[in-house]
Structures are given as structure tokens and as C-alpha cells.
Design a protein around this ligand. Sequence first.
Ligand code: ADP
Ligand code: MG
Length: 701
Amino acid sequence: MAEYTIKTPIEYLKGVGTQRAELLKKELGVFTLGDLLHYYPFRYIDRTKIFKIRDLTAEMPAVQVIGMLKKLEIFGEKKSRRLVGQFTDDTASIELVWFQGVRWLEEHLKVNTVYLLFGKPNFFNNQLSITHPELEVYDRSANSTGNIHLQPVYGSTEKLKRLSLDTKGIQRLQASTFELLYPTLTDDLPEYLRVKYGLISLPEALKGIHFPTDKVSLELSRTRLKFNELFFIQLKLLRTKFVNSRRFEGLKFVKVGQKFNDFFLTKLPFPLTNAQKRVIREIRVDTNTGAQMNRLLQGDVGSGKTIVALMSMLLAVDNGYQACLMAPTEILARQHYQGLKGLTGEGFVQLSILTGSTPKRERKHIHAALENGSLHLLVGTHALIEDVVKFKNLGLVVIDEQHRFGVEQRSKLWKKNSIPPHMLVMTATPIPRTLAMTMYGDLDVSVIDELPAGRKPIKTLHMTESSRLRMFGFMRYEIAKGRQVYVVYPLIKESEKLDLLYLEAGIEHLAREFPLPEYRISVVHGKMKPKDKDFEMQRFVKGETQILVATTVIEVGVNVPNASVMIIENAERFGLSQLHQLRGRVGRGAEQSFCILMSGNKISKQSRQRLETMVRTNDGFEIAEADLELRGPGDLSGTQQSGLLELKLADLITDQLLLQQVREGIIRIFTDDPELARPENALLKAYLMHQQPGISWDKIS
Ligand code: ADP
Ligand code: MG
């Protein structure tokens, strides 16, 4: 018989097979037995409690009752055929009903026998009953709670359920996996750390989370697994940081040269804010130390990060190096390219753009110019990372909107030069401290905490469906003044089809309200070809259309100063940070700008609270904190694009203390044993060495 390990593909598990395996991979991301073990229940049904029939109500979730099956009778014909039983304890009786498996049940259930029942009480025909309860013969002589415990509930999907992989089915797979693997499971944390933090072993914890015997052991298991999640993310991040801070050799930008000065003196279209000046100075100092810079630049939407990026790139050019700027989407890359060209003017520096849609010939040309050094600045999408893209001497990499890229992508760019280039990572999503620690634990941080002077704060309103006509009236009023308007629809993956329908209906409605020739509308959504997207976008940018209907593709970076109204449809479906990003598309010119959050008339209290936060404040950091608090850990998975936030159990709010402890612990480890050369750290070293790059391109939009 084959040896089973955590790496064994899931299809080899008994009871799985190819068809189920396909779905487990697709729907749950479970590829191996090990993955399955790390597919945790999302809640538990407390099977330690036994209820009395007298106390049951229809409001209760599934409950347990011990009682005697008194009568068992079949009623009805064909479709209405059902098995009805009478179940009695010392307090009362309740009816049990089964519609399926009637014959089998009738044969196998025994009247006048004591059962442990598990099921949900329902009110039906004015009577309390339980439909399709589970019954198992209750063994009095066994330990009174011997066959009772916390029953795990696993997330499943319709497709999986059709192949009988519902929560029960998954539980069965867990059980057989445990049977195969339990004796071979080993710990991945050194013993001394387990002792230090009072943690149970990994095998115990896995067992405890899938087959908890009681609440205490479940809690110990969860703590251990949470610890693991936080620990290994931080281990990776802090390793990088330690490697860097141990003076990783870096390029030295010794001078501020002609390009930088020329730009500053003759081309800069506005005075820099103090915050911009400070950050440029920080970068200037950082790139002149001989160590590699790894800096995160945080600045709210519209705070003027682009100019900081450009001036940093000019610094690189002045010192004889090339620089590149990477953006997460084609649209954004183009916009940066146009923007930089506009700022620098013709012939000031050699500048190109490289994206997935760059024609082959041009691509070749760019590759050659990069290698011979005649091209100074390159803007692009993740196409920049490809191995065929080689630089003569890459000195600085700027990454915009970092949350869309992971550490792995960054490290690929590191390797584009024999001495790693300086890295400047820019994000417009202000991040709460805990999140920043988790996502960017390896970076130094600069903050632009000041908006350019003269900006009028955006006015935000929350409107419901019943004010739609008023909203259209307001749009007309603003358009009559020469302004342009964004209308944004949610397009969220799971319900894509529905959302597309909704988008189309919305466009039709707008077309009726804003007819040609007086009004013109651009439409941009993620399903369009980049070329078409670009075309539509450009019409809006040039002012040829007054309304841009879009899905969240415009979320990042688009800059049209004349657009002063942002309307967000179904605003309650967006995360706060996303709303804030979208709102940041307006308020870029001198005009008073508006953001209107449209929602249904009836929304949950929580949604209302969220929208109120948006109305109340323009401060990105405040919003980020609120987002984290309001959405809680579950929904935070929405921000998992980074691939770093794959926290299943840990909660960045309630586990802040644990995160802090983990971080301090790891810093101590690296301080005492930077190479992880000591035997007691062998497991950690092995982990870091076996880290696969694991880049998932589909996570980058
Ligand atoms: P973000 O930080 O969101 O990337 P941008 O760099 O796109 O912001 O800048 C937003 C807008 O503000 C642009 O139109 C830009 O030209 C303008 N801007 C940037 N810095 C200043 C400044 N110091 N004074 C006035 N306008 C500025
Ligand atoms: Mg930007």
C-alpha cells in the first residue's frame, strides 16, 4: 500500500476519486491531504447539551434530545409519503417526520428504544416537530457524553453537496485522513517555542479543531493554529526585513543631478506640499546609504504620490540608472505613462510603456532599448516581471497600489539587477497598524499626510432608491455647469451574471434619462478588451463624454480633474476602503466635488453604519480602521489579493496582542540567531528554505 503523507493528492483518499477531487480543488482550494487538514470548520454545533422536549421552541437551532422512539408509522402515498415517529422523554412528546429514505428507516429504526436525537425543531401545522432528525442508539452504560461532542460544521458549496460532500461528507474525509496520517504528523514549531507560548502540538491542534471533545481543547487548538498562521507570515516578512537591515548591499545614488534639478526648477507644475518634500528627502537619504531601500509610501488618494515617484526615478536616472514603475492594471499603467509624459515633456527622458497588450515588434524594441540602456524609464503592468525583460542597470522599482501585488512579485523585481534595485512601494489604501504589520512587515514606511493646498473636501451624501430622480436632477445640474460624472456599479465575482444584468439595466436607464445628442456616455467594465476599455476611457478623459459608467476597474488611480461627481450604485455592497478609493476619483480639480452613495431603501443596520462613516469623514486612515472593525475578520478576506492575508482563524482585531507577541518573539529569534543556524531553529530554517514562490497571477487584476 502506498505511503500517505500530507502531500498526497486528495484524489487518492478513499471515497474521493477524480470527480470529487476536481471540485475540492476548485471550490475549496484543497489539493492535498494536508490542505484538507487545514480546511477548518467554520463553526460547531454544541452537542454537549441535552434538551428536554418540553423546552424546545421553533426558534432553536439544531438541538439534542435523549428519548424513546414510541411509534413509527407510514402515511400518505407517493410524493406525500412520509414516515412519522413519536419521540418521548420524561417531559413531553414530539413528532418526528421523514420524507426520504422511508423504507430503509422503517426497517432500521426500533420502537421502544432510547435514542440520542439531533435535529432542528420546526413549527408545522400548528405543532412542533422535527424533520429528518439524526438518531443514534443511546448507550446508557457508556460514559454519559461518550458519543456527544462539538460537531464541526464545514463550509461547502452546492456543487460539492451534489457529490455528497456536505459538512458530513467533509467530516468523513477528515476522519479518514486522520486515520491515515495522524501517527505521521509532526510539529512545525520548535519545542522551545511551544513551551514558551504554552501551545499544544500541531497534530493535537489539528485533531482538536476537527474532532473537539470539549470547548477547552477546542480553544487550545484554535490558539495553536492561529499562532501558526501569524507566526509563519511574520517569519517570512521579518526574515526579509532582517536581511535588508543587515545592510543588504544596495546601489548608491550619490548625487542630485541635472534631470532632477531641471525638473524641479522648470517643469514642476505646482509647489510640492511639505509632506511630499519630506518623503522625497527620506528617499534621497535612503538611496544614498549603500544599502537597498525597501520603502512603503502610504498616502491617501489624491495626496500626490505620482510626483514623488517621478522625482525618485529622476534621481535614479541622474545617477546613471534605469527605473521602472509597475501598476496593477493596464488602464492605470497607461494613465501613469501619459501622466509622466505630460509632466516631463517631449525628449526630457526616454520613457516607454510595456503591458500585456504591447505588440510584439514594439516589445522587442523595448527589450533591446532596456538592455542597451537607452531607455531610462519604463512604465508597465506585471508584464515587467517576466524573465525576458532585462535591464542594463535597473536602479529603482516603483510599485503603485501595492496591495494588489505580493511579496513574491516584489522579490522577482529585486533580481532584475545584480545588486538589487531600490524599491518604492506606493499604496493609496491607508492601512490600520495591525494590517500594515502583517502585510508590509518587511518595509520602512513613509507617509504623505497632507493633501495639496486648495482642495475642497468632497461632500458625501447617502441617498436611497426613492431619491433617484432627485439624483438624476443633480447630475443634470452639474453637467450643465460643464462637469463630468462617474457612475460606478459593483461587479463582484460570485454573482457576476446578475451584476452584469444590473449594470446593463442601469446603463439603459441612464441612456433614457440622459439622451443623445445632449449627453454622451462612456462605458468601461472588466469584461471589455483593453483596447475598447482604453478607447472609452479616453473619450471621458478628453471630455467627449459627460458620464462614465464603470465597474470597479476605475478604482485605482484614474485622474480626470473635471469629473466632480461620483455616484456609487449599491454602495452597501462595497467595502469602506473601496468606497474611499472610488470617492478619491473626484475632488481632483478646483471645483466642489460630490460623492453620492446610492443604496436600496432597506439596508441592514451595519450597512447603514458603514455608509454613515463615509458621509462623516474623508480621512482614509479613520475609514480603514472603521472598515476593519465593522467588517470583522471574516470579510477581511476580501482584501486577500495580497495572498499574504490568508488568515483563516486569526482575527486582526481580537488577536492584536497575539500578533504583537509573535512579532516580538520572532525579532528575538533573528536577533539571537540571524542565520537560524542553531539546532533548535532548524525547523524554522527548513520552512524558509522550502518556501515556494507560489505566485498566483490570477490574483492580480
Ligand atoms: P495619488 O497620491 O492618489 O496617486 P496623484 O499623484 O495622482 O495622487 O495626484 C493627484 C492630483 O494632485 C494630480 O492631479 C496631481 O497633479 C495633483 N498634485 C499632486 N501634488 C500636488 C501639489 N503639491 N499641489 C497641487 N496639486 C498636486
Ligand atoms: Mg496614484
